[in-house]
Design a protein around this ligand. Structure first.
Ligand SMILES: Cc1cc2nc3c(=O)[nH]c(=O)nc-3n(C[C@H](O)[C@H](O)[C@H](O)COP(=O)(O)OP(=O)(O)OC[C@H]3O[C@@H](n4cnc5c(N)ncnc54)[C@H](O)[C@@H]3O)c2cc1C
Length: 390
């Protein structure tokens, strides 16, 4: 598979691996001990280091201050940073890609400082009544003078607690046919954190519930245009799903390496446990899963770089997200099993991976929703988007 990669690709992967080992892995246990939830200021040194490593804003065009990596290169970075537990990958500046559709003023105000690691955004779609079905969104933007008044509540808003600007999906005039993204500064009157729940994983930042209480927003704070919410969110979905795939590969590699090393050392009944076929088979299945995930994700990324049709890329990203999140769950579960009781200790990376990996089947579209999308597409158009020959 090596010829897939250029020397630049390999160099980027090496840098991302080094960055992960030097700057993210050492933060794992401190993050675990404090239950995640770092502050923005306390984590600035990691963002600065990412900028120094040339690993900030890898998805953003150079003209806006990003690295403009190919999608394949982005996958290599996400795979490496995905090896770190506790969502530490989120420390790297990785602006939401729809921001590139902003006006010049929005780009100067938000995107450029994000590329430099100085500020960040959160992307808020989900609500109490709107999860898999975003048409149920109740956050509304009612017209007032030349602007809007936004009212509503958003759930599970990843990193919104440390974000200086919130990208809020709201319905203009309370009309689900006018889904629109608003760029709302967190400091704006009426914006507040309603609750900061704890979750299965100890993520580096929070996933708060955010309240918007009659927040005055200017027409110049719309991202894209009125009614373009889904179109812009689709761009984000492809990117976020691929990012999840690459994290799943990184998580699986880490778990398999730990399990394999342990199996080669641990002795029971007078022999190494790797000499038990039951253990060897688990590790064999991990290796095969990693091989399959990498083959799928690198191919899809390379296809997108070669200009794959957008709808096909969207459909295949769903398939890849479904496959990788489910495979990673199995790999990490087996790694815990290989380590026995030690695999259940919080000090052990496989235990943290076990908790981290569960959400991959839930966020950015649950496994059931991905299967539904794929199944409907195959029923309507046949296997063409997934099989080379049909
Ligand atoms: C840690 C975390 C971070 C998150 N970060 C963000 C964020 O930053 N921004 C954001 O907007 N959202 C975020 N989310 C929300 C996430 O995207 C949603 O949780 C997810 O889309 C599922 O929505 P729901 O939880 O409301 O579940 P529901 O949609 O209520 O689903 C409940 C169950 O019903 C199933 N189901 C639903 N529809 C169908 C269907 N058509 N066919 C078959 N089964 C179906 C689901 O698969 C699931 O099993 C985050 C969630 C978590 C847990």
């Amino acid at each position: 598979m090596d010829e897939l990669f250029t020397d630049t690709d390999r160099d980027i992967r090496r840098r991302a691996a080094e960055f992960t080992d030097k700057h993210l892995i050492p933060l794992e246990e401190p993050t675990e001990e404090r239950g995640g939830h770092w502050s923005w200021a306390d984590t600035q040194h990691v963002r600065d280091a990412a900028v120094d490593y040339g690993l900030s804003a890898i998805n953003i065009k150079k003209e806006y201050g990003g690295q403009e990596f190919t999608v394949l290169q982005q996958m290599l970075v996400h795979e490496e940073i995905g090896r770190a537990t506790n969502g530490l990958f989120a420390l790297l500046p990785f602006p939401h890609v729809p921001l590139q559709h902003g006006t010049e003023e929005q780009i100067d105000r938000y995107l450029r400082p994000m590329c430099a690691g100085k500020i960040r955004s959160a992307f808020l779609v989900t609500e109490e009544g709107a999860g898999s079905d975003p048409r149920q969104v109740k956050t509304k933007a009612m017209r007032k003078g030349n602007g809007f008044v936004v009212t509503g509540e958003k759930w599970f808003a990843t990193s919104a607690d440390v974000s200086q600007v919130q990208i809020v999906h709201a319905h203009v005039d309370d009309d689900p046919d006018q889904p629109t993204l608003f760029l709302i500064p967190t400091a704006r009157e009426g914006v507040s954190i309603k609750e900061l729940p704890t979750f299965t994983h100890n993520y580096v930042f929070g996933h708060p519930m955010m309240a918007f209480d009659e927040v005055e927003v200017g027409a110049d704070e719309i991202l894209g245009g009125v009614g373009q919410g889904y179109e812009l969110t689709k761009d984000w979905f492809v990117e976020a799903r691929l990012e999840i795939c690459a994290h799943c590969i990184g998580q699986s590699r880490r778990a398999a390496l730990v399990a394999n090393a342990y199996a080669g050392e641990r002795e029971q009944f007078g022999q190494k446990i790797q000499d038990f076929q039951a253990i060897r088979f688990m590790i064999a299945d991990m290796a095969v899963a990693i091989y399959a995930m990498q083959s799928m994700v690198y191919r899809l990324a390379a296809d997108i770089d070669r200009g794959a049709d957008r709808k096909t890329a969207h459909a295949q990203a769903s398939a890849a997200k479904l496959f990788c999140s489910e495979q990673a769950g199995k790999v990490v579960d087996s790694a815990v099993q290989v380590l026995g009781g030690r695999g259940y200790m919080r000090k052990n990376p496989v235990e943290r991976l076990y908790r981290d990996v569960r959400v991959e089947r839930i966020w950015e579209g649950t496994s059931e929703v991905q299967r539904d999308v794929i199944g409907r597409m195959v029923a309507k158009r046949g296997l063409g988007r997934y099989s080379l020959w049909d």
